[in-house]
Design a protein around this ligand. Structure first.
Ligand code: SAH
Length: 443
């Protein structure tokens, strides 16, 4: 039996750290990060990926975590409180805890969801998303790289496991471990009906990326995984570009807001700003929207949106809906097209503040987007405004939207606000990024 996920670091005393008093109390309070500048003492240089044990001022065990020699987040805490061996059983338990939480959340109509949400599930800097029979393991810290084999073994499931690497660790992964973003760690490097069950029954009517008809290839000849996999979300088919797409290929965190938009869309003209692959657009169409415009700055995201519409033509409301895609910078387009009006506008920009210093600019940018979107709402129109910047708190964002609505001089009803869905738990402030507010125009 394996004793621990502990990469070949032997004959060395364990890495022992002491940290500042402030950092001690933050760690005791359950926060999962210890920053480099909080480390007061270290018994020896640490290697990225090894376990670091943190002792308090009275020399008692405080916490144990993953050391990262390069990152400003020097230790990502795995366990705090009573001393605890971090062995194979412990990791197994962490994995089964995360899977157990998701087990009862979804019916067979939803085969895409998050299995592990980083720190918030006790796996700091690691995300695991499921898309039908394909799992995507995305690493945000190099500390996982020396532990990859054992980690992948624990998390691989029955099907395929794809490795994705955040941009900041790609060079290190290649130089030190020969690992490339998009590597298939387990399972077939092939796409076939036996692998992707969401496609069964309709795959024969699809085209592959190269334009060949799958029907002509024959269902018994799987095609290489050189493109997206298809999964179900509330009965809608979507593709996830697990090899090259943003995040792990799809924005799973907006599932519930998309469902809310479906319920609000009947008969409406819809503008989906920052649409990516048309997640909100498809739900609006199924909800009976008369027309949907998906706007994004990236053409291949819009091409994916068109393919996602094509995948769902068996749904009468989707087939009836007029869908157009528009490649544009949303900020510029809103400025240049003041006359166009819509009954429902979805506003879901990328994170506008990636660091604290960008927060004020982000708030100014949000205010512009919200003001311009409100001005384009028809009478009785609805704005669904979302933010995924952790540096702008939910309270700050909601206040900004309310204040901007008030300034507009029109009357708006606040329909609801939402936060994180259950498969994306947020257990510490920096982990809490998603918020969304729904406003209905009264005039
Ligand atoms: N709402 C989407 C996710 C949006 S992600 C969903 O539910 O899946 C943010 C998107 O904004 C990305 O697709 C990105 O290409 C796009 N984007 C970034 N800057 C933009 C800009 N200035 N104008 C329009 N789109 C932009």
């Amino acid at each position: 039996m394996k004793t621990a996920i502990e990469p070949g670091i032997s004959n060395r005393p364990s890495l022992r750290l002491r940290i500042t008093a402030a950092a001690e109390s933050i760690a005791r309070g359950g926060h999962p990060w210890v920053f480099a500048q909080s480390v007061r003492q270290q018994n020896r240089p640490g290697a990225t990926g090894e376990l670091a044990v943190i002792f308090d001022r009275a020399d008692r065990f405080l916490a144990v975590g993953l050391f990262d020699a390069q990152s400003p987040i020097r230790v990502r805490i795995l366990h705090a409180g009573k001393p605890q061996p971090i062995d194979h059983l412990w990791w197994q338990q962490r994995a089964s805890d995360a899977f157990a939480l998701r087990q009862s959340l979804f019916d067979p109509q939803t085969t895409g969801f998050r299995c592990i949400n980083g720190e918030n599930d006790g796996w700091p800097g690691l995300v695991l998303d499921q898309y039908d029979t394909t799992r995507v393991l995305k690493l945000y810290t190099a500390a996982w790289l020396p532990r990859l084999d054992e980690t992948a073994d624990l998390l691989k499931g029955e099907g395929r496991l794809v490795l994705r690497l955040s941009r900041n660790i790609q060079k290190q992964a290649l130089d030190d471990f020969g690992l490339k973003d998009g590597r298939i760690l387990h399972g077939a490097a092939l796409n076939g009906p036996h692998l992707d069950t969401a496609t069964s029954g309709f795959i024969d009517s699809l085209s592959t990326r190269s334009g060949e008809r799958v029907r002509e290839r024959g269902l018994s000849h799987p095609v290489p995984l050189d493109g997206p996999v298809i999964f179900l979300e509330n009965g809608l088919r979507f593709e996830a570009d697990v090899l090259r797409g943003q995040k792990t290929g799809f924005f799973l965190d907006q599932r519930e807001n998309r469902r809310n938009v479906e319920a609000l869309a009947r008969g409406r003209s819809v503008l989906n700003l920052f649409s990516y692959s048309g997640g909100f657009s498809l739900y609006a169409a199924r909800g009976g929207a008369a027309s949907v415009c998906s706007l994004d700055i990236i053409e291949h995201a819009l091409a994916a949106a068109r393919r996602n519409f094509a995948l769902n033509q068996d749904q009468p409301a989707v087939a009836r809906c007029r869908h157009e895609t528009l490649q544009a910078d949303a900020f510029v387009w809103l400025r240049q097209n003041p006359e166009q009006r819509f009954d429902l506008i979805v506003l879901d920009p990328p994170s506008l503040a990636r660091r604290e210093s960008e927060k004020n600019d982000a708030i100014t940018a949000y205010a512009k987007l919200i003001e311009a979107s409100l001005a384009r709402l028809n009478k009785s129109g609805i704005l669904v405004a979302s933010s995924c910047s952790a540096h702008v708190s939910a309270d700050e964002f909601f206040s900004l939207v309310r204040a901007t609505a008030q300034k507009s001089g029109r009357k708006f009803n606040e329909l609801q606000t939402t936060r994180h869905p259950a498969d994306h738990p947020a257990t510490f402030p920096e982990g809490e990024y998603l918020k969304c507010i729904y406003l209905g125009s009264m005039e």
